[in-house]
Ligand binder design. Sequence first.
Ligand code: NAX
Length: 326
Amino acid sequence: MKTPVRVAVTGAAGQISYSLLFRIASGAMFGPDQPVILQLIEVPVEKAMQALDGVAMELEDCAFPLLKGLVLTSDAKVGFKDANWCLLVGAKPRGPGMERADLLKDNGKIFIEQGKIIDAVAADNARVAVVGNPANTNCMIAASQAKRLPAERFTAMVRLDQNRAQSQLAKKAGVDLTEVKNIFIYGNHSPTMYPAYPHATISGKPLLDVIGDKAWLQGPFCETVGKRGAAIIAARGASSAASAANALVDHVRDLTTPGRVHSVAVKSNGAYGFDPNVWAGLPVRTTGPGSYEVITNYRMCECCQAKLAVTNQELVEERAAVSALL
Ligand code: NAX
């Protein structure tokens, strides 16, 4: 039998985790023959830890053959110990009247601490995936604290945005969504993100030959993808959870499957004109289990470049807002 993968998850009693943990334990993330140990981290608050106990009982009651152990803790040093994957889902939500800058700073403190602890206690091959918002900047903050683990190991999730874009394009073209390829998310996980459609294809043809409606692509399409999170809150009264968990399963599974090409927020190193030190959504090709290369040869028209500049600017401003913490 394979050695179990140790997966640390923060925010483990939250709503995304309530979908996520069961998918991991069932084998959806690491495959049907890969055992896992879940190391579940919550805040040291009685209500949260009690809720976590309930989640653990339900995990036991599923009798997942691949689930080889559960750790429940409010101590990050215990939770991240020897972890091969650190899934940073927990974050402070934006409260009423709270400014984005305050949210950045409050979450910044959490991700500084978690970055340090992961670097100190996680496994040598540890990989990090950040979901908690503002995800790109939280990821940059955590990576800034690491001395042992290289910056490339720290990724943030923009896969939900890619999945949303793929579905919208398939609906518009009236095709099965598997026909839609090469749609990638550039920049921030926020309404400024850019789902760059010019190099996408539908049934092997350039997307622009199939969907000629440029006004729809530049307007409603980009807006629907960028503001989908808010639309779900308005409809459901709660933010996306099952689809976010599913996207994280896709993010990690594709990062561990060589050859997959997908959108991941990574240190830009200057690709597509992004500031080299921001974490921007970019197309990557997985080259080995957990390693990847950024695909840098997509040509961008002037209109795309202008969109990339906007989302880059937002990332640069977010970094400036937390610079005192770094
Ligand atoms: P919930 O509020 O349901 O759960 C968050 C959980 O995190 C809570 O149980 C809380 O106690 C815990 N937590 C907070 N600080 C923690 C810390 N320092 N250590 C451990 N646990 C901690 O939120 P949920 O709906 O699960 O969303 C989680 C995060 O995902 C939010 O920041 C949300 O904005 C973000 N999202 C990111 C998405 C993305 O595509 N990148 C999409 C979905 C989601 O909006």
